[in-house]
Design a protein around this ligand. Structure first.
Ligand code: SF4
Length: 221
């Protein structure tokens, strides 16, 4: 097991590199510890953009997309995050509960991609619900198929980043297929799950009106 580190408060913009050099690649990650441990970039307090009210935003490490405009590439690899226990995260979160509750906020797990570490984030979300906190994840939805309904039932809100509605543009921007994200969006809609859809307009990349207006049917392939 890698050595445990300290959960770091800070900013999503702090550069973290090689803090868990023995960590597997995110695409090969298997959680043999049932979420008792995981890789975290940092956490910070936030408001307005990461969910309602005051938020604790936990940035997990590991992402399978490679967005050309990503401003946190040091969250792509698990090895760049700190190996911490879920208990450390939950204890830290507990200290903020009175403030989060009084300011109608809660916990948002972002990244990276929270669903790379499903068991770890599941454990933290379950603890947040036990503390009666509002919960959210910020996700590209690419790994949505791997999240079961029980996982989604722990979420009050999903911040769904759809990088483009056009498959070719999506692949150019992220290196991945759009279809899994659309499947996830449809599943959330069928469940009646509150969703904030987010889109980043990148001049010369995602701002072509011709592709953004393409039908959903043509983008499901
Ligand atoms: S999904 Fe987010 S963290 Fe992953 S590459 Fe894209 S912008 Fe970066």
């Amino acid at each position: 097991m890698p050595q445990l580190g300290e959960l770091m408060a800070g900013s999503r913009h702090d550069l973290h590199v090689g803090l868990s050099p023995d960590a597997p690649d995110a695409s090969e990650f298997r959680d043999d510890n049932k979420g008792a441990f995981g890789y975290v970039h940092s956490y910070e307090t936030s408001s307005r953009y990461d969910g309602p009210g005051l938020r604790i935003v936990l940035f997990t490490s590991g992402c399978l997309l490679r967005c050309s405009y990503c401003h946190n590439p040091d969250t792509w690899h698990l090895k760049d995050g700190t190996y911490v226990s879920a208990e450390q995260v939950i204890n830290r979160l507990a200290a903020f509960v009175p403030a989060l509750r009084s300011l109608s906020g809660g916990l948002t797990i972002s990244g990276g991609e929270p669903m790379v570490q499903l068991a770890f984030t599941r454990r933290i979300l379950a603890a947040a619900k036990e503390m009666h906190l509002h919960t959210a994840i910020e996700t590209s939805g690419f790994l949505g198929d791997s999240a079961d309904d029980r996982y989604l039932s722990q979420l009050d809100l999903v911040l769904l980043d759809i990088k483009s509605g056009d498959p070719d543009t999506y692949r150019k921007a992220t290196g991945r297929d759009l279809a899994p994200t659309l499947r996830f969006a449809e599943r959330l809609a069928e469940m009646g799950k509150p969703v904030w859809v987010r889109f980043t307009l990148v001049p010369g990349l995602t701002d072509d009106p011709a592709t953004s207006m393409r039908s959903r049917a043509s983008s499901r392939r």
